[in-house]
Design a protein around this ligand. Sequence first.
Ligand code: BTN
Length: 326
Amino acid sequence: MKAEIIRQLREADGYVSGQQLSERLGVSRTAVWKAIGRLRDEGYQIEAVRNRGYRLFGASDLLTETECRDVLAGCRLGNPVYCLGVTDSTNLQAKLLAERGAPEGALVIAEKQTAGRGRRGRSWVSPPGGGLWFSFVLRPLIRPSVTPMLTLVAAMAVAAGIEDATRISVGIKWPNDIVLSGKKIVGILTELSAEALETHYVVVGIGINVNIASFPEELRATATSLYLESGVCYKRSTIIAAVMKRMETYYDAFLQTTNMERLREEYMSKLVSVGREVAVMEAGNERRGICEGIDHNGCLLIRDADGNVGRVLSGEVSVRGIYGYV
Ligand code: BTN
């Protein structure tokens, strides 16, 4: 009912009376009044004027369950949605839900993480207010060996979702960083629960620096936000909805072949390293060459000085001009 009231108030040009709301929702005026009270408790600014009704005001950028359910209505991925105020890590919470049988699509969003996790055991700075910190559960019927490609699929969904919601064009740094102006605006951490040949579930965790106005000194050279690059504050629920919608499309395309065949071209059109010099650290050895894109299995292709093309399965890749690699 709360999501429907918010939708009615948003669509209205001015006030909506309690009577109108109760008729449209098929509930009593007292029930409407109580729901309005709960929405105010969640942070919505709703004005009530005698003989006129209710009006939504203020550009609230809320990540409440009401808000998220509304923007994700009809989405397969993003349902059910759990909005947490403060949590340790949405990846940890999504894994707990998955262990307890949560279905594919279950989504956990937090306003703040106290133990945000990054790749390679790093931590992820997750302050409240300006970021989107979320994780969702997938249950693909695929071999565990192909699940690393889901991280590339997620990167495509985030890049396209950000563009849909903000019109800002972003790039992908293999395998799954999203970059803007040579700095990182998104990190993705994919975690897997599997046996030798069977995937139980995958948790995809995404951190998007949306309206963050400043970063700690040690991150300033490598991290940025949509706000810092454009001067515009974006509504976070719109961005998460756009990302989850794109994820559905790309995930389905991936499942048809369980490789990057149908997505490779589009992924490469966003890949910032194509045609540029890259350096890859693999098991302590550095390999340099020109990036030629990815193959059908999502491996990075690098042409060395002798003209031989090698594949990189995983590793830390530096791209000239990105994150200060000169
Ligand atoms: C990286 O190191 O680039 C990956 C960062 C992933 C951060 C996100 S924020 C939401 C989710 N919860 C976590 O603890 N980590 C991921």
